[in-house]
Each structure stands twice: as C-alpha cells, then as structure tokens.
Design a protein around this ligand. Structure first.
Ligand SMILES: Cc1ncc(COP(=O)(O)O)c(C=O)c1O
Length: 391
C-alpha cells in the first residue's frame, strides 16, 4: 500500500524522516547493540537522549533558564489534575507565608471548547479534596454563554470576567491554546496580572509556531499530535511554582511537579521510547528551520484551506475567522449525507481520518507540522472536484 494521507487529530502523523531514522536505529540505538526500548532509563546512553531532547526543546522554544522541562505520564488529561493541585499548593504556600491561611483561592478558566471545558470540570471535581482553603473554580470566559450556546468564537478580552487579583487570591488563569475538537485557536496570549500564573494546554499546537514561554507559569501538551507518539506529556513549568510535596493538597507523587523536577523526570520509569521519538521529532523540526519557518508553512497550509471553504457554497466553517485553528481545520457540508459521501470519497483517494470528532460531526482536517503541504493541496483538489460534481 502506498503512503496514506493522514489527516488524523491524534495520535497523528509523524514526519516520515523521523520514522525512517527510528526504523534504522530500532535494533541498535547509538551503537549500544540494543533497542532504545531495552535500555535502562538510568543508563548513560538514555541519559544522553534525555539531555539532548531537553536541549533541543529549549533551543527551539527559547525556554528561559528559570523553567523546568518535565516528561510526565497519563496524557494531557492527567495534567488537568496536576495543574490544579500544584498551583493551588503554590498559592496555599504563599498565603501561609503571608499569615493569611484559610482564605479563599480562585482558579480562573477560559472555556473555549471541549478541552478547556474538561479541564475546568476536573478542577471542580477536585475542589473538595483541598484541605485548609476553600477553592472556587470560576469560568472567566464561557464562550457558549456568549455565543448562542456554541463554541467557535473567542470574544475579546474586554468581555471576559477575569478575577481581580487585588481582591482575590487567584492561583492561576487557565486556557487551551488550540481546541482540537472545535478548531478554535487563540491568536494572542491573554493579558493577565504579573502576579497570576498563566497556564496553557498546547497539546494540539505544540511547536507549530513561536511562543513566548516567559509569559507563562506553565505550558504543557501531550506529544501525540505534533511531537511524536502517545505516552509522554511535556510540562514546561516556572521554577518558583514548584513546591514541596508536603505543601498544599495531598496529591499522588506522580502528579507532583517538584518530585518530577527533582528527579529529572525519573522518579519512576519514564516512557523512554516516546521520549526518544520526541527527540527525533525535535531534530527534524530543527532541520525544517525551527518554529518561525514551520509556523510560516502552517500559516500557508491553513490559509489556503480556509480560502477554499470561504469561497465555496458547499463548505462552511463553524468558527469565526479571528480564531480559526491553523492545526485542526473543521468544516461542514450542507447536509450530513453529503458529509458522509465526502468522507467516503476521501478514503477512496487515500485520504484518511478526516471525520470530525464524534461529539460535533462534520469534517476535520488536522494539518500538523508533519503533514506535507502537498497533502493539503491534494485535499483541496478533491474538495474542489467534489463541489463541482455536486453543484
Ligand atoms: C487540546 C487537548 N488537550 C488535552 C487532550 C487530552 O489528551 P490525552 O488524551 O493525552 O489525555 C487532548 C486530546 O486530544 C487535546 O487535544
């Protein structure tokens, strides 16, 4: 079978040169005579892989020296809990030191799609487990409430209700930079008071364009869309937010950022193969010219796809132009029957995993870093042909 055009949202396409390199090294990585999967995580060769991966990520993202890079497990979903626990702990620590124990802590969420919604729900679920301070989860932005019950928009910041940190103890402001299901992406970094850590989930647009890490308390994302295979989640955390495990809510060690940082992500056995694959993907990304260069390609790929959608009578984007994702391009056809026919025809043309998320239907073309521009061109050609045959 020939190479498939893979528009899957995740686990997603991995650059072919990365797969070929992994294949070449599969039985004998770096002259060890062993597969990377057979190496102890505490061995020298694996240590070198981990260090190189951290260095390449630091170089590519220009991560300042006061941040730690953690390789976590349990997917991005586990980070919904970790972010809550660790940052509530940091706030409790701060309040205790200021002699203000017992005061209410607020956590702000910007809910712009399915993933930020799930993160807010998880925080809400965990609120009763916090001892010592009442915690309140506040949806500072709830797009559905402002946009006729639907996602697909990001109203200007002037319409949000961020909690005032001068009047309340705000532990963090949380948002999802790119909502994978709804195809909504922030085109700016929210402005928050310097005293409040800003947290973002970049699972589906990690390393797709430059990002100013210094504006954030935490930037995190799962690897399986833009960075490698499933199994590892990368957390970039500002060091002043790392607090001792005995401070704040009781939390499993595996959710604790300081434990991970103190042990260089090796408190237990890390997902060594996934980390190795991330390392290869970062090397590939450097070969592409880094984040600015790949960002330009990603802009071009998404712009040409949106142009076809906007100029068509058959295709329609449910997302407002100022917040359309350049990674997950979602669109609908005029009827569900036509959508089914479109997807069937795509499969016949070797274009796969274009079906929209099961919760929203429609079509979703995930066009991550690894997807070549020619594959977007092939999709466009098919879209134009399909429209011509159905007008
Ligand atoms: C933006 C975003 N956040 C979180 C998740 C959850 O990731 P995981 O399945 O690794 O827990 C996903 C998965 O698709 C996602 O797209």
């Amino acid at each position: 079978m020939s190479y498939a055009l893979n528009f899957g949202a995740g686990p997603a396409k991995i650059p072919q040169p990365v797969l070929l390199k992994a294949q070449k090294e599969f039985l004998n990585v770096h002259g060890t005579g062993m597969s990377v999967m057979e190496l102890s995580h505490r061995s020298k060769p694996f240590g070198a892989i981990l260090e190189k991966t951290k260095k390449d990520l630091t170089d590519l993202m220009e991560i300042p020296s006061n941040y730690s890079i953690l390789f976590m497990q349990g997917g991005a979903t586990t980070e919904f809990a970790s972010v809550f626990y660790n940052l509530v702990a940091a706030k409790q620590d701060e309040l205790k030191k200021a002699g203000r124990e017992g005061e209410e802590i607020v956590v702000d969420y910007l809910v712009t799609g399915a993933w930020s919604s799930k993160a807010a729900q998880e925080a809400e679920r965990l609120v009763p487990t916090v001892i010592g301070n009442p915690v309140r989860v506040h949806r500072a932005l709830n797009v559905k409430a402002l946009n006729g019950g639907k996602f697909g928009a990001i109203p200007p910041q002037s319409e949000w209700q961020l909690t005032d940190p001068k009047k309340h103890n705000v532990a963090y402001v949380y948002y999802c930079d790119n909502e994978t299901v709804h195809g909504v992406e922030f085109q700016f970094i929210p402005e928050v008071d310097a005293s409040v850590p800003l947290v973002t989930d970049v699972s589906s647009n990690f390393l797709s364009r430059p990002i100013d890490v210094s504006k954030f308390g935490i930037v995190y994302g799962g690897a399986q869309k833009n960075l490698g295979p499933a199994g590892v989640t990368i957390v970039i955390v500002r060091n002043d937010l790392l607090v001792d495990i005995n401070i704040g809510p009781i939390r499993p060690l595996m959710l604790d950022f300081k434990t991970a940082a103190d042990n260089d992500s090796m408190y237990n056995t890390p997902p060594t193969f996934a980390i190795y694959m991330v390392g290869l993907t970062l090397e590939w990304l450097k070969d592409q010219g880094g984040l600015k260069a790949i960002g330009n390609v990603n802009d071009r790929k998404s712009e040409k796809l949106y142009k076809v959608i906007d100029e068509s009578k058959l295709y329609k984007s449910p997302v407002q132009p100022n917040c359309r994702s350049h990674m997950n391009v979602v669109f609908n056809l005029t009827t569900e029957e036509l959508e089914k026919e479109f997807l069937k025809g795509a499969e016949e043309r070797n274009m796969h995993q274009l079906k929209g998320h099961r919760s929203v239907g429609g079509v979703r073309a995930s066009i991550y870093n690894a997807l070549p521009e020619e594959d977007v061109d092939a999709l466009i050609e098919y879209m134009l042909e399909f429209e011509k045959n159905h007008s």
